[in-house]
Design a protein. Structure first.
Length: 232
């Protein structure tokens, strides 16, 4: 593998690599594909959040035996974190990443697809709350301090870059991108889109894409495999 940017992180966990090998197989059933994506998302997310979050004391609690202990939470606080799945396959990673956080966070969906002839991303859905709270609209939500993008595959990186640009325009301070698999080019492109504000964590990295923009050897069309739409 050629040298990657400093903000690119490819897991070397042996259990993750074994699960990734199972996920690559054409013989893996749709149920097992869903399970493996969930498990790999947990492992990648665990590594990424250990680096991207810090812990701090938030008060004092009491144990069942009546002993006092320091309560711990994360920084940024969950209220300042947004989870951003890229539709549709990014939805498969949401439960895993959500379960790692100490309390629920906002989930904002981005709909992006690659145009077949150019392989460039086209946005068709965006539910980011662009209006901050004010006296006239106190329930409105401003930009998150940290946005976590989830999408199983980073192929050319164009979709990841489009999502990063959208979140940067929204006003987030930091972005973590989580993926199961990337290509070297896609990983590099995502990392360089906003080098000072983005960290990209992936379970594995393949060399390149084929003429159709699919990763070699890759995972196939992971959305179709997840949602049983193969042959549509």
């Amino acid at each position: 593998m050629s040298a990657l940017p400093r903000n690119a992180h490819v897991s070397v966990h042996p259990c993750l690599q074994a699960k990734l090998s199972l996920l690559r197989s054409a013989d893996t059933s749709p149920r097992d594909v869903q399970t493996l994506v969930h498990e790999i998302a947990l492992m990648v997310g665990y590594e990424a959040l250990a680096s991207g979050l810090t812990s701090h004391q938030s008060g004092e609690g009491q144990s069942p035996l009546g002993y006092a202990y320091p309560s711990t939470t994360v920084s940024p606080s969950p209220a300042a974190i947004s989870l951003v799945p890229i539709l549709r396959s990014g939805l498969s990673m949401v439960p895993a990443v959500s379960s790692l956080l100490p309390s629920p966070v906002a989930v904002h969906h981005l709909g992006l697809y690659r145009e077949k002839s150019t392989l460039q991303p086209v946005e068709y859905y965006n539910n980011l709350p662009y209006h901050a709270s004010s006296a006239s609209n106190p329930s409105a939500q401003g930009p998150a301090e940290l946005a976590i993008i989830v999408d199983p595959v980073i192929a050319t990186g164009a979709t990841a870059c489009a999502a990063i640009d959208t979140l940067k325009d929204w006003g987030v301070k930091k972005i973590i991108v989580l993926a199961v698999l990337a290509t070297e080019e896609g990983l590099r492109n995502a990392c360089e889109e906003w080098a000072e504000g983005v960290e990209v964590w992936v379970g594995g990295c393949d060399k390149e894409v084929d003429a159709k923009g699919m990763i070699k050897p890759g995972l196939g069309d992971i959305g179709d495999r997840l949602y049983l739409t193969i042959g549509k």
